[in-house]
Write a protein that binds this ligand. Sequence first.
Ligand code: AMP
Length: 191
Amino acid sequence: MINLVLFGPPGAGKGTQADVLSKDYHLIHISTGDILREEIAASTPIGLAVKDIICKGELVPDNMVIELIRERIDKNPEANGFLFDGFPRTVPQADALDKLLVQFGRRVSAMLSLEVEVEELISRLLNRGTTSGRSDDADRAVIENRIHVYNEKTQPLIQYYKEAGKYHAINGMGGIDDITHRLKNCIDQLI
Ligand code: AMP
């Protein structure tokens, strides 16, 4: 059983890599961004509450995303493991994840941090914005705000997982397959 946090700034390639890794290691892929976009598309009360926040590139309140995660873990008692993508994004979320997993007899095995230069992030996101249909990818000011929010609220998690002895830096520059290879090398050493 292995539970992984795939970590990195917006545009680091978390979603792309999580799709491959979750299949190869038979993990349940949980992307809070995808879940929130589904809620918006279905115009649920959660979707309506978070729409403007996401459009501006701000973070959705911790209690909302923590509850979504709790539901997903609860729904998958037989899971071989989970791959968290875009969660946790704040220290309170990381604390909540640790506590939740304990309740289900699990723990975070490792945090894999995709490290990518800022200019590359902006260029990847603007490029994705031409096809993703995501308004938060199409506007340079929103992208810059997402990176600013990442630096302020999410990056401290690197220290959090370093202290827990779970932080693994992965070079996130270059081709998709090369990055997958680096991630898999790291995971294979963990299992
Ligand atoms: P992502 O698809 O991971 O880039 O997430 C898109 C947007 O959803 C983010 O810019 C946030 O507004 C929101 N979001 C996703 N995950 C979280 C999270 N763990 N905590 C707070 N907001 C989140």
